[in-house]
Design a protein around this ligand. Structure first.
Ligand SMILES: [Zn+2]
Length: 133
């Protein structure tokens, strides 16, 4: 008997693992995040509870605003960290740090903006009964 089957998956673990918001087990994306060519290819339905991930046509356009918020928060945080905390006043260093961090973080922002958006706007509640399939 596996104890994992009876344990309620946490919201945070399901979010971090890009799992279905309803059963918290099925994967939302087809490929791992390092497969950049297929970064945003999603499974049409949850493999565990059959939830349709594309709630309606164009549903994930709203996720662009979430991604934008992640990006702006990162830029402001980095700028404050570099200029005020680390007292680096060279704009060339600001530029390099911000470009390098965005190159690393944008794929993460794009994916997690959808993972967050379906939880915010998808009107889906966690349902423990769906995870037993
Ligand atoms: Zn599911």
């Amino acid at each position: 008997m596996c104890a994992q089957n009876h344990k309620r998956p946490s919201w945070l673990r399901a979010f971090a693992g890009e799992r279905c918001p309803q059963c918290r087990k099925g994967k939302m994306y087809k490929y791992p995040i390092w497969n950049l060519g297929k970064l945003l290819e999603m499974n049409p339905n949850c493999s565990v509870c059959d939830l349709k991930f594309e709630r309606e046509t164009g549903f994930y356009y709203g996720a662009m605003y979430v991604s934008y918020a992640f990006t702006v928060a990162t830029l402001v945080s980095e700028f404050l960290l570099l200029s005020s905390v680390l007292n680096i006043q060279d704009p060339d260093i600001w530029f390099l740090v911000i470009i390098a961090s965005l190159a690393l973080l944008l794929p993460i922002f794009f994916r997690y903006s959808r993972v967050l958006y379906i939880r915010m706007a998808g009107q889906i509640r966690y349902d423990p009964k769906t995870e037993q399939n």
